[in-house]
Design a protein around this ligand. Sequence first.
Ligand SMILES: [Zn+2]
Length: 350
Amino acid sequence: MTSLRQGAEKDKFEERYSRQILFRGIGVEGQRRLPAGRVAIVGCGATGSALASLLARAGVGTLRIIDRDYVEASNLQRQSLFEEQDAAESLPKAIAAARRISAFNSEIVAEPRVEDVIPQNVEDLLEGMDVILDGTDNFETRYLLNDYAVKNSLPWVYAAAVGSYGVTLNVVPGKTACLACIFPDTPRGMVETCETSGILNTAVNVVASVAATEALKLLLGGKALEHLRQTLWSLDVWTNERAEIAAGKPRAGCRACGERDFVHLAGEGRPHITMCGRNSVQIHERARPVDFAEMQRRLETLGIVRHNEFVLKFWREPYEMTLFPDGRAIIKGTTDTGVARSLYARYVGS
Ligand SMILES: [Zn+2]
């Protein structure tokens, strides 16, 4: 009986992934390798949604989806894992993404982590992964990922999109250039945000498709690695301008992969930061567990408040506060970190 059942499961697996198995670069052997693959997707906005969706459908066994934010209506234009109901409930993106993934591929594991990646938790969040994928919207986090990946000899894929432009780079520590080899400092052109330039969902999907394919090659290993791209690749889907810059060799004297000076890993936690295109400030608290029911009672007399299992929302004009169970908060209605800090102190605690 066991062998009959195993046979049926084998058929089901080969049927599900039949079109990918027919592709010569993967084949049945490659497909059988993917369930063991463990990929961290850091940031699950537009790029992260596309990366997670593609790799989940491709059959990568474990996706750890790390995101600090919650779903809003303005995300739905490009963040393909989310639905209107997720925005209505202000669901954390990691939770909404994991639910959606399990609806279309229940055979893989999607692990949601509602957290901001910072020096203090990066090891915990990324430990045990085979590949790290970049779905973030800021260079501060990317340099942190780069330091972690170089230090631990873990491959990662940088990916970014803004306006109609997308760019990506594979980093294989010890072999290729790392992010700090190419960009010793935050590049000027990429500090444009989705607020100033807007973003096309098509640019996002192109860059995510390219990055996800490189991730598959990294997971497959062997002959697939012969096709691993060794350039900084970019494309503007509007003007059709494209470019590739050689990135096959580390840069001599690179702070990260040359001198192994991991300044971002050693960072002292982050200052409170304003968030990309959001008129919002994030308050980094991690060790202030919040009892939502008690907090609801406390805030009820001061404004409108509601909560679910994952977030508590509090409205008091002109501000909107979203509080997570570990005490982290996103305060909307200001980009002034001082104002946000004092609102947090007043309503949550100092
Ligand atoms: Zn380097």
